[in-house]
Ligand binder design. Structure first.
Ligand code: ADP
Ligand code: MG
Ligand code: MG
Length: 250
């Protein structure tokens, strides 16, 4: 599904990613861990196509197609979802209306007609039930006065509705209280399937107790320095990133 080859990227004069290789297949959950400043958010931004970062070398191939030059919207339309790190507030636009628009824009980009209203309602009902989201929440203004947990709930709802092939969840170190943690992990676990893949980016092992990854990769100074199974996350939690730095003498 996603193949990243020798990816180098950065901003202006600063190299941040220094040769990333990563292969994500349908049905897999990958965790990317690493200390603060190692380039985790940059990697997710570059996969999603954020324009402030420049790819200087390497390829991002999604479903057999090189997407290096694709705009963020094109990537989203092709099925790549990036959780919002800093969600915008849109007063007057409800959670439901926002997602309806997003879905219909995606369909339009794929040459499809708008989703019929009854089908949309059915989808909203199905996904909100799955994620235990109540009606009141759906009619609130987007992100306006949302708690951390509610922002997460909205994000996961968006993910559920858009049914991306590849979801990248950049869980910033702050703001993931136990409530949010449960919302994110329940949502991801309910949406896992053999056809989609999830990349979870996290500083802490804690999230991975709930979302059990198939693969764990450690990012240090812009490179994946170690990959393994879920036990690698436990080892890191126990020994810390400094242990790995020493072991690799970087
Ligand atoms: P992480 O998510 O692992 O904490 P980031 O990808 O946010 O790491 O950052 C990696 C490095 O790149 C850091 O040194 C950070 O300061 C720098 N960096 C990332 N984005 C920018 C930016 N837009 N402008 C300047 N420096 C940036
Ligand atoms: Mg950071
Ligand atoms: Mg980050």
């Amino acid at each position: 599904m996603l193949t990243i080859k020798n990816l180098h990227a950065g901003i202006e004069e600063k190299d941040i990613l220094k040769g990333i290789n990563l292969q994500v297949n349908p049905g897999e959950v990958h965790a990317i861990m690493g200390p603060n400043g190692s380039g985790k958010s940059t990697l997710s931004s570059v996969i999603a196509g954020k324009e402030e970062y420049e790819v200087t070398e390497g390829d991002i191939v999604f479903e057999g197609e090189n997407i290096n030059e694709f705009a963020p919207e094109e990537r989203a339309h092709n099925g790549i979802f990036l959780s919002f790190q800093y969600p915008v507030e849109i007063p007057g636009v409800t959670v439901t209306n926002f997602i309806k628009t997003a879905i219909n824009e995606t369909r339009k980009a794929r040459g499809l007609e708008e989703m019929p209203a009854n089908e949309m309602l059915k989808l909203i009902r199905e996904k909100s039930e799955l994620l235990e989201i109540d009606r009141k929440f759906l009619s609130r203004s987007l992100n306006e006065g949302f708690s951390g947990g509610e922002k997460k709930r909205n994000e996961i709802f968006q993910m559920a509705m858009l049914e991306p092939k590849l979801a990248i969840l950049d869980e910033t170190d702050s703001g993931l209280d136990i409530d949010a943690l449960r919302i994110v992990s329940n949502g991801v676990n309910k949406l896992r399937s053999k056809d989609n893949a999830v990349v979870v980016i996290t500083h802490y092992q804690r999230l991975l107790e709930y979302i059990v990854p198939d693969f764990v990769h450690v990012l240090l100074d812009g490179k994946i320095v170690k990959s393994g199974g879920k036990e690698l996350a436990l080892e890191l939690e126990e020994k810390g990133y400094d242990w790995l730095k020493q072991e690799l003498s970087v």
